[in-house]
Design a binder for this molecule. Structure first.
Ligand SMILES: Cc1cc2nc3c(=O)[nH]c(=O)nc-3n(C[C@H](O)[C@H](O)[C@H](O)COP(=O)(O)OP(=O)(O)OC[C@H]3O[C@@H](n4cnc5c(N)ncnc54)[C@H](O)[C@@H]3O)c2cc1C
Ligand code: FES
Length: 297
């Protein structure tokens, strides 16, 4: 019985910390690794009292039977995972693959654009396009050189790679949208673009490609609850109607997305999220105080 409890869940086989907020977990789940396609995500619950959160399948290795998640610690659950998820531990529940796989189509020349954490989810698309025979231009952006990750993985699947940093500490100085302008000026025949990152970045990328008529796919991250299309929590507004990101997406045509509506919906729970993070912080502080040995002189 005890052994069964120990064997429940999905083993974390590797962990890598890219910065003090971003970390990678490689998790063993052979069926999921076999079924996963670029663009899909999982819903994770790390322990019985934990929250269910959606995370993109940033990579999958069918031979090793693993999927890779890249996580940014931004609030209670992700901070808790950053603190507690170690190699050899198990995630209690991992549901997926969820969402529609990206439609990689027959594009001949594509830009795969990732900003910050968005670099991870755009990787499987870049690899998928490359496997389909497309000429792939990778454009990845970070605030500074210390935050760069997966440049080597991108270099391996891209024909050209442009690294952008906000402060110019590595690659070209500027946002990914400026990297895109540079690529478009050099290549007049780009027929597709995938851009993943914060909503404001994806909005900017869609505006760069719009005048050139380049089909642009973005991956949206509204707050998800059930992940089954039932609750309506993840509704997104497009110029041709309302869609649910968990079942209709998360990929959508960037030229149709109402990004201002998405950004305002993401703000809606900020106060509750701030309170939950503050409570978590306080609990951690109390826990570390109670673990501090009392020194009697
Ligand atoms: C399809 C999809 C894929 C995602 N992939 C990744 C990923 O690969 N790596 C990663 O670090 N993050 C990813 N996210 C965002 C991640 O789910 C949230 O950061 C996480 O839920 C935050 O929980 P928290 O308790 O740590 O923080 P909270 O303080 O609860 O929230 C911080 C912010 O995260 C977002 N968020 C909160 N709850 C949810 C929820 N249930 N669903 C979606 N967003 C939420 C909100 O914007 C919120 O302001 C993805 C979201 C979606 C919808
Ligand atoms: S998360 Fe409930 S409908 Fe998408």
């Amino acid at each position: 019985m005890q052994q069964a409890a120990q064997d429940a869940g999905y083993e974390i086989v590797a962990r890598q910390d890219f910065s003090d907020v971003t970390f990678l977990l490689e998790v063993r789940h052979p069926m999921l690794a076999k079924a996963a396609r670029p663009g899909q995500f999982v819903i994770v619950m790390s322990h019985p009292e934990g929250e269910r959160i959606p995370l993109t399948i940033a990579d999958y290795d069918r031979d090793r039977g693993t999927i890779t998640l890249v996580i940014q610690a931004v609030g209670k659950t992700t901070l808790e995972m950053q603190r507690d998820c170690k190699v050899g531990d198990r995630l209690l529940a991992l549901v997926g693959p969820m969402g529609m796989p990206s439609h990689l189509g027959h594009a001949k020349k594509v830009m795969c654009v990732g900003g910050g954490l968005g670099v991870a989810p755009v990787y499987p698309q870049a690899r998928g396009y490359k496997e389909n025979g497309a000429y792939v231009i990778g454009i990845i952006g970070f605030r500074n050189k210390d935050l760069i990750f997966w440049a080597d993985k991108f270099a391996a699947v891209c024909d050209e790679l442009i690294i952008c940093t906000d402060d110019g500490s590595a690659g070209m100085k500027g946002f990914v949208s400026e990297g895109m302008q540079r690529a478009i000026a050099k290549h007049r025949d780009i027929d597709e673009c995938v851009a993943i990152g914060p909503p404001v970045m994806m909005k900017g990328c869609a505006e760069v490609t719009r005048p050139h008529g380049i089909r642009t796919i973005v991956s949206l991250n509204p707050v998800m609850v059930d992940g089954t299309g039932m609750c309506g929590g993840c509704r997104v507004k497009l110029s041709d109607g309302i869609k649910f990101a968990c079942v209709d997406g998360p990929d959508f045509d960037g030229h149709k997305v109402d990004f201002d509506d998405l950004m305002s919906r993401l703000q809606r729970y900020r106060e509750t999220e701030r309170e939950a993070a503050a409570r978590y912080d306080e609990n951690c502080r109390m826990r570390s105080l109670s673990a501090t040995p009392v020194i009697v002189e």
